[in-house]
Design a protein around this ligand. Structure first.
Ligand code: NAD
Length: 337
């Protein structure tokens, strides 16, 4: 099996065509960026529901050959016309966030399940292999740590339910129609372009944004809640490796995408402060305030990535610290965001 640097060389030599859904979002825009850097033919799709026009404008200014369609994965015709003739589909479009799904379960279901069904159906019709974004939330209430792919519990939120349904459809489409489909269970991905604004922002960009504005950070729970924070470069690698090295027999397999490192929220806060202060010693926020636990949140999360290593050739390049170092630079440069 080729290693990541060999895969990149091979792709550069023999470019392929890719559809990236959710291209205006955090992971999708970074994925497009990497693929374009590798001279790939890339078309992005997004309805801008949570994604940013700025991400697309930046990609278009750097890579004029990049193509973008403003459209919705819930529209089968749009999806089918874009899937046609591609070598790969990397499906990132979805409404993220557990709290958002609790507030708006119908919207989450519509984009995450109905939209996904269109994408996988189009991939079946057009015989195009699919890699899609699942989530560590699928592990739900299963107590085992670290998380191993075949031991899942009950989902704890509508968001987790949508990701579980996606995985179920993936297996069914693989078994029934022979679709080549691979699910990636992302564990708390972070990095440049992840939005710090709004009620549903992820913890790292949200805290960085608050710290840069001199605001107090709220930590939900006692600070001992832990996550396996995964830098964006690792998630990108997993997508490219899954597309390139992924099982070539239809199976609907799912893989953990993480750094395999457990970090508590209190420690995460300290690391963020450290990285920001290293860049700007004047940063001196008030101490964080501990609040009630949030509904639907799992207590601990840590991945076992043996299966991804073995079957995809995935090997994370970034720890939480080295990822935060790179991300902090970007957030300081884009502080107006
Ligand atoms: P994001 O919100 O930045 O990106 C999602 C993109 O999908 C947005 O640009 C949004 O406009 C687009 N989108 C949503 N509904 C759409 C629709 N109906 N039609 C077209 N486009 C639509 O989120 P992200 O963090 O980049 O997440 C990407 C994927 O990874 C999602 O599937 C998410 O559930 C999954 N995921 C992310 C994380 C993480 O830590 N960021 C963790 C687990 C899973």
């Amino acid at each position: 099996m080729l290693k990541y640097n060999e895969v990149q060389k091979e792709l550069k030599k023999n470019p392929r065509s890719w559809l990236v859904t959710g291209a205006a979002g955090f992971i999708g825009s970074n994925l497009c960026h990497k693929l374009l850097e590798l001279n790939q033919k890339v078309i992005g799709l997004d309805n801008y529901s949570t994604g940013k026009k700025k991400n697309i404008e930046e990609l278009l200014s750097l890579y004029p050959q990049f193509e973008f369609v403003e459209g919705d994965i819930r529209d089968l015709k749009t999806v089918q016309s874009l899937v046609q003739g591609k070598d790969h589909v990397l499906h990132q479009a979805a409404l993220g966030s557990v709290p958002r799904s609790i507030a708006h379960p119908l919207d989450s279901h519509d984009s995450n399940v109905n939209g996904f069904l269109n994408v996988i159906f189009a991939c079946k019709e057009e015989k195009v292999p699919l890699v899609f974004a699942s989530s560590s939330s699928v592990y739900g209430d299963h107590p085992a740590l670290p998380k191993v792919e075949d031991k899942v519990g009950q989902p704890l939120s509508p968001y987790a339910a949508t990701k579980t349904i996606k995985e179920l459809y993936a297996r069914i489409f693989a078994q029934t129609y022979g679709v080549h489909v691979t699910g990636l269970r992302y564990f708390n991905v972070f990095g440049p372009r992840q939005t710090p604004d709004g009620p549903y922002a992820a913890v790292i960009p949200k805290w960085i944004g608050q710290i840069l504005r001199g605001q107090t950070v709220d930590i939900f729970g006692d600070g001992e809640t832990s996550r396996d924070f995964c830098y964006i470069a690792n998630a990108i690698q997993a997508n490219i490796m899954a597309a390139f090295n992924g099982p070539h027999n239809p199976s609907g397999e799912v893989y953990n995408v993480a750094a395999e490192l457990q970090t508590t929220l209190t420690h995460l806060y300290e690391l963020i402060i450290e990285e920001l202060q290293a860049l700007n010693p004047k940063i001196n926020p008030p101490p964080p305030v501990y609040k009630d636990f949030r509904a639907g949140d799992v207590r601990h999360s840590l991945a076992n990535i043996d299966k991804s290593r073995r079957q995809l050739g995935y090997e994370p390049t970034h720890s939480v610290e080295s990822g935060l170092k790179e991300a902090a630079v970007w957030y300081l440069e884009n502080a107006q965001l």
